[in-house]
Design a binder for this molecule. Structure first.
Ligand SMILES: Cc1cc2nc3c(=O)[nH]c(=O)nc-3n(C[C@H](O)[C@H](O)[C@H](O)COP(=O)(O)OP(=O)(O)OC[C@H]3O[C@@H](n4cnc5c(N)ncnc54)[C@H](O)[C@@H]3O)c2cc1C
Length: 313
């Protein structure tokens, strides 16, 4: 079986940063990606919060990460990870292009935002449809926007948006939020927030940019239009962890539990970026996680190398 020192699962900002640090620490580093290097940022037009990069398209930033990892001779493999197994202490990565035994593994397969699935949603991503207030709120100063959802994230992000937008609708399918009491109380007191109860989004419309959202009242069946410049969708996020089958400890929702060294519950397996239980999911935090995970992997491999040498003496 193919053997590698460090195998990184996923080539988003976390995986690519881990590859840079892994190679610079002298590790034989293989990075496995099922779509294309860059991860989620490939789908966004504007990134303004990556320190040192005042403005870039997501694709430019993704390409910069990829070139940097290639510059240090990280090896890329186009394949999907189907399973990660530990057998008598050996870590085996099962991919659509074969199996690899790894000295250490970094899980960096990211997360995804659940979609509404309504007409216009895909079309207007980056042109008014967003899944991240921290990323995009500043593009909606003095505009009217809509938030879709009624859980904690939706209410918290809607409150964050009121610092920028002049009015924020919250479209929710029920007649009260599912958020924690404190968030609900803050929302009730906020004059810029306008809940649209018992309602679902039927379509997002515009001409190049979002101009309105069509909303259906689930009790009356009535359809109305709200004039908005942006639609922020918060109907759930989930990690790409399906291939793990519970191998490492997870929080509810499947987010991987990590220690300060990005260590998981299984020795020699680390996790970085959006896939882990993290208070903020951004490019900068993913890249930072990747750096920590790679150095932890280096120390793990190094200490095991020394242990093996001692066993041999
Ligand atoms: C539309 C949009 C706009 C955003 N805007 C910003 C912004 O302005 N600023 C900011 O800081 N952040 C922004 N973000 C968030 C940011 O993109 C993420 O926080 C960041 O990409 C997380 O990096 P990651 O490497 O952890 O995961 P990801 O970027 O999700 O990368 C994971 C990679 O793993 C691959 N993968 C998954 N499963 C497998 C498998 N089984 N086998 C092989 N490969 C696999 C995926 O294809 C992907 O390439 C935005 C996100 C989106 C969706």
């Amino acid at each position: 079986m193919e053997k590698r020192e460090l195998v990184i699962l996923g080539a988003g900002p976390a995986g690519l940063s881990a590859a840079i640090y892994g190679r610079r620490a002298g590790l034989d580093t293989l990075i496995i990606e099922k779509i294309a290097p860059g991860g989620q940022i490939r789908n966004t037009d504007e990134i303004e919060n990556m320190p040192g990069v005042i403005h870039a398209s997501g694709l430019e930033l993704a390409e910069g990460f990829r070139r940097h990892a290639e510059h240090f001779q990280a090896e890329f493999r186009s394949a999907e990870v189907k399973a990660l197994k530990v057998h008598e202490g050996r870590k085996i990565v099962v991919t659509t292009a074969g199996e690899i035994e790894a000295g250490a593994v970094i899980i960096a397969t990211g997360a995804y935002f659940k979609k509404l699935g309504c007409p216009g949603e895909e079309e207007f991503i980056g042109a008014g449809v967003s899944y991240c207030a921290v990323c995009d709120a500043s593009f909606f100063v003095d505009e009217t926007v809509a938030v879709v959802g009624g859980g904690n994230t939706a209410v918290e992000e809607a409150l964050y948006l009121t610092r920028f937008a002049k009015k924020v609708y919250i479209i929710h399918r029920r007649d009260k939020f599912r958020a924690e009491r404190v968030a609900c109380e803050r929302a009730a007191k906020c004059e810029k927030l306008a809940p649209v109860w018992d309602s679902v989004v039927e379509a997002i419309e515009g001409d190049g940019l979002v101009e309105r959202v069509r909303v259906k009242n689930v009790r009356t069946g009535e359809v109305s239009a709200l004039e908005v410049a942006g639609v922020f969708v918060f109907v759930g996020t989930a990690p790409h962890n399906e291939y793990l089958n519970g191998l490492v400890a997870e929080k509810p929702g499947g987010w991987i539990v990590t220690g300060p060294h990005m260590d998981t519950s299984v020795p020699g397996i680390f996790a970085a970026g959006d896939v882990r239980d993290s208070p903020l999911r951004q490019v900068v935090t993913a890249a930072a996680d990747g750096a920590v995970a790679a150095m932890s992997a280096y120390h793990y491999i190094d200490s095991r190398g020394q242990a093996l040498e001692m066993e041999r003496k």
